[in-house]
Design a protein around this ligand. Sequence first.
Ligand code: PNS
Length: 157
Amino acid sequence: MTAAICPGSFDPLTNGHVDVITRAVALFDRVVVAVVENPSKSPLFDLEERLALIRSAFADVPSVEVRAFSGLLVDLVVTERIDAIVKGLRAGGDFDYELQMAQMNQHLSGVETVFLPTSPEWSYVSSSLVREVARLGGSVDALLPPRVAKAVKEKLS
Ligand code: PNS
């Protein structure tokens, strides 16, 4: 039984996240989506809202578990008996920071990070840009699962 963890702020869950998590489901028996309790950037959704939106997006995928975490990711990796951290990699900008985190997590616990190249369709999509565009009145509907798009509209109305 192999297990992966997909960590992040998910503020909000985007189609890019859904793509990476869905591809992790194809590679691992169990996928834990780990939602950090206190994202550093100015949050749009609180923790319970982020958890509920992710759970609804993966309601029909039994191998996906969604849970909150605080503190070090590697502590959760140990308690959840995780084999690999799975991260999506967009264009060059992501690489330096993601490499540093992967190496630090490997140093701390020995866990490996598996990078999945983001599908080109979603390569420009990030939660922070989605928040910015939505807050400024732009349409982000095509970049989000339908329930998330609805929740963003309600939040900003
Ligand atoms: O979606 P994000 O904001 O890019 O996710 C970043 C996240 C949550 C994966 C990262 O900040 C993290 O792992 N935080 C937990 C604290 C931790 O373990 N920090 C050391 C990382 S090497």
